[in-house]
Design a protein around this ligand. Structure first.
Ligand SMILES: [Zn+2]
Ligand SMILES: [Zn+2]
Length: 109
């Protein structure tokens, strides 16, 4: 019979803790790689991340600004031309870039 270790090193805090400091499963083995303290922290963090994800998703639905794919500057949606085919109904490039593109296109024509 191999000797069952009484302690385990937590993957999060790196501390060697007694098995009683870990959540055990039905078989009495420690399934949790992190100690109870770290597990609680991790769980809170996870829940916080979830709410943050939801918030960022909401802001994606109604964006107020957009990064121009040409000049890479963040522009207010009012500075970007509307485009039915574009994401969120706006073009991916800002008005100032668009104007200069049209001007150069006219010149080359
Ligand atoms: Zn820990
Ligand atoms: Zn631009």
């Amino acid at each position: 019979m191999p000797e069952i270790p009484l302690t385990k090193v937590c993957v999060d805090c790196g501390e060697e803790k007694l098995l009683s400091e870990y959540y055990l499963d039905k078989n009495g083995r420690p399934p949790c790689p992190r100690c109870k303290d770290c597990y609680k922290n991790w769980h809170n963090q996870y829940r916080r991340n979830k709410t943050r994800e939801k918030k960022s998703l909401l802001s994606l639905v109604i964006p107020t600004s957009k990064t121009c794919s040409k000049c890479a500057q963040e522009k207010s949606l009012t500075d970007i031309y509307k485009d039915k085919e574009g994401k969120f109904g706006v073009s991916s490039i800002c008005k100032s870039v668009r104007v200069s593109t049209i001007l150069t296109e006219e010149k080359t024509l």
